[in-house]
Write a protein that binds this ligand. Sequence first.
Ligand code: ADP
Length: 470
Amino acid sequence: MQYSLVVGGELVPGARSLDVVNPATGDVFATCACADAEQVNAAIAAAGSAFSAWAASPASERSRMLEALADRIAAEAEELARLLVSEQGKPFGDAMGEIMASAAMLRYFAGFQLEDEVVCDDETARIVIHRAPLGVVAIITPWNSPVLMLANKIAPALRAGNTVVCKPAASTPLTTLAIGAMCAEIFPAGVVNVVTDANDLGDRLTANPAIAKISFTGSTATGCKVMANAAQRITPLTLELGGNDAAIVLDDADIEAVAPQILGAAMRNAGQVCLATKRAYVPEDLYDAMCDKLAELAGEIVVGNGLEQGVSMGPIQNRTQYEKVLGFLDIAKEDGRVIAGGEAIDGPGNFIAPTVVRDIASDSRLVTEEQFGPILPVISYSDIEDVIAQVNGSPYGLGGSIWCGDVSRGLAVAARIETGIVWVNKYMDLRFDVPIGGVKSSGVGVEMGREGILSYTRRTVINSQPASAA
Ligand code: ADP
């Protein structure tokens, strides 16, 4: 298959090309189009030209096309999932889950009713909050869940009447280009544009004065650069950045029930999830038993090529991140006691054994920084107040979880955690109608739900004479 850019409704070859590596084998398995700065500008111009007609089109038309895209993605789910495994590494079942969730996300926003809100209608005034699309939205996505991150941005952006220029990460461009080609057949020319880069044109995209909004998911460091560009023109933006989510186990928790969930939340997608559990705090009395159980379960995880049957964890997506995770393994050995994994797995792929680390101090870099890999540090505690202070002392504020017997105790702790979402006795329960977003260095704004789609609109308050005065 040819993987072309999508600019102005056309599939166009790139000014450059990009080799795509399968992280499970280390082999280049595909080559795709890669844009240069002029092609990024052309995509922005095409989106700009398409904007007013798209914004003026009936909402029902826009919904119909989002539904058509969802149908197309669902119809080609297996093929897309295989492509996703090949470029990203996750197990095939998880890849299918991502593809189908993306189709469902498109359908959710296709059905969303975005109506003006009447806030006052009496003898003094009629006041309406009118919502209109913003213009050209720059959509920049990361390499951990490229399809879902694309869907949760284009669905609300397009439904609200914006046009988009999408840029995937340089190491996972193929699924986005494949979906871009579908969009070229479904949407009017210029409504959906896709450009790729060699991790060097994001800056061009966000600095372009024709961009009306930026929606970015990626690291906090890159998010800072995006925000600096947005600051030049006060461009609205949504940033979904890093996290250091804690799992806090209370002293009445049932270890057998809780351990598999905590480990699952830490190891999903080989730990490469912004909302993954990145540290666990366990009371002294439960500590040994919990560590033993986590280590036992980590040993049962089957690591390998996500296209092979029975594999439950794939490789680290790219070499740079792999080297970073290896560095965290060194810290694990120095600062704690490794009770499962602890090593890279031999072979050409970026595989790392699921790792559990105990007897580690809460100020180790493995605890205070975001590892974004399959390494779970488990910290013993005696005073829950200390844990709450440590968790809230993090510069991050994305998510977290509380694990307990008596739910009312869990809820009381949850209310004191300074993050965008806290789960109690569950994890990663994400719903399309529930806004999600980080606080502090984990981000600005929210995605999903009513608040999510409203962030792709401008608000005009229309305050008029009451109808009775006419
Ligand atoms: P990582 O550091 O793990 O590669 P990033 O946050 O840098 O993750 O990448 C997320 C996305 O941001 C990718 O699509 C990447 O190409 C893009 N990106 C990288 N640098 C910039 C930048 N200066 N401005 C905008 N986007 C960027």
